[in-house]
Write a protein that binds this ligand. Structure first.
Ligand code: SF4
Length: 370
């Protein structure tokens, strides 16, 4: 699996800190591992100040160095299209109006709040919906900022769930993570903590740390939301990371983003969903790609997403079928989008299109009718 890094000692390879310290951040470093196309070279030069690059050796090792259209490569290596004037004009830096008056805090739904713990990411994914944070430098929230957020939480009794996000929230030190989780747990009306992390995909070595796992277990119930986009991101290491989380009582859910050139193919998504179930990750969402400045070239049509959903039905159990959803601009919420299986209705009789074959009539008897 290590491919390009086969000479690195196992104990270093399995160290999260080694993975972070050895991130590939410049064109010259990247050229040591893969032959860059002219478009990629131009991309790294042009995006440098706006959307910098960072790739962990682990994530780079998943790339086929001979294939410029490799789906992992498309997510990690900058292209000039990101800063193309037309592409820039089509997107917004913050389409969901996340930024509020308290730094890092978004309170969109009454019962839950989002807190971004840091702007640091192990890899700067080229399709990121928070691409605006790439320009903020790599900075974790201070204890004072965390305290301010917790004060807000205490004042809002309707909040039952906190989502910690980023950047990469699990990139902060164990000490800081323990601090923020302990403070949140002091707020009695908060029941559930969710952590949005892409580290199982980008640097699963983070979860080889027993101290981190102990902290997560201690502050249970904690749920992990991760972000696998392609079946090739599922490896022995990522499976081990998930297994360790599960053994410490932390369930792992997945949110895939539908990305042109990466996974806009029904067979690829089916394979991804099967692989996720195999490593015991529940696929929850397939998100339509957001209109984010610098990432609109990844967007597909809505019909493509519907075609994929149609393809999945009947080929994998319901457990493996995510909800296809669009996040409405302006912070108006997520809405599910689904193929329509009701073709006609007459009174209490419905004509359904079967996902297996043909049409089936289904009548609701009087006792069940409203
Ligand atoms: S890890 Fe998440 S927040 Fe960071 S760049 Fe990737 S998608 Fe964005």
């Amino acid at each position: 699996m290590r491919g390009l890094f086969r000479d690195v000692k196992t104990e270093l390879w399995r160290s999260y800190h080694w993975q972070i310290q050895n991130r590939i951040k410049t064109k010259e470093e990247l050229k040591r591992y893969i032959r860059l196309t002219p478009e990629e070279e131009e991309g790294i030069d042009k995006t440098y100040s706006l959307y910098p690059m960072a790739i962990t050796p682990y994530y780079l090792s998943l790339i086929d160095p001979e294939d410029p259209q490799d789906p992992i490569r498309l997510q990690a290596v900058p292209r000039a299209v990101e800063v193309d004037e037309k592409v820039q004009a089509l997107g917004e830096p913050d389409p969901f109006k996340e930024e509020g008056s308290i730094p890092g805090l978004t309170h969109r739904y009454p019962d839950r709040v989002l807190f971004t713990l840091t702007t640091f990411c192990a890899v700067y994914c080229r399709h990121c919906m928070r691409k605006r944070i790439f320009q903020e430098g790599e900075r974790a929230r201070t204890k004072e900022e965390i305290d301010r957020f917790v004060e807000y939480l205490k004042s809002r009794e309707e909040v039952r769930e906190v989502l910690l996000s980023g950047g990469e929230p699990l990139s902060v030190s164990n000490e800081k993570l323990n601090y923020v989780l302990s403070k949140i747990r002091e707020v009695s009306h908060v029941e559930v903590i969710r952590i949005g992390t892409r580290l199982p995909v980008l640097a699963p070595q983070r979860f080889f740390d027993d101290e981190l796992l102990g902290i997560l277990e201690r502050h249970s119930p904690i749920w992990i939301n991760t972000h696998f986009n392609h079946p090739r991101e599922i490896t022995e290491e990522s499976a081990e990371a998930v297994e360790r989380l599960l053994r410490h009582g932390v369930p792992v859910n997945n949110q895939t983003v539908l990305l042109k050139g990466v996974n806009d193919n029904p067979e690829v998504v089916l394979k991804l969903m099967r692989e996720l179930l195999r490593i015991k990750v529940r696929p929850v969402y397939l998100f339509h790609c957001d209109p984010v400045k610098g990432a609109v070239h990844f967007r597909t049509s809505l019909e493509k997403g519907l075609e994929i959903m149609e393809y999945l039905r009947g080929k994998i159990s319901g457990m493996g079928i995510p909800t296809y959803a669009v996040d409405l601009p302006g912070g108006k919420g997520k809405v599910p989008v689904s193929p329509n299986y009701i073709v006609k209705r007459e009174g209490q009789t419905y004509l359904f299109r079967s996902p297996l074959d043909g049409f089936v009539e289904y009548t609701i008897c009087d006792a069940e009718a409203p």
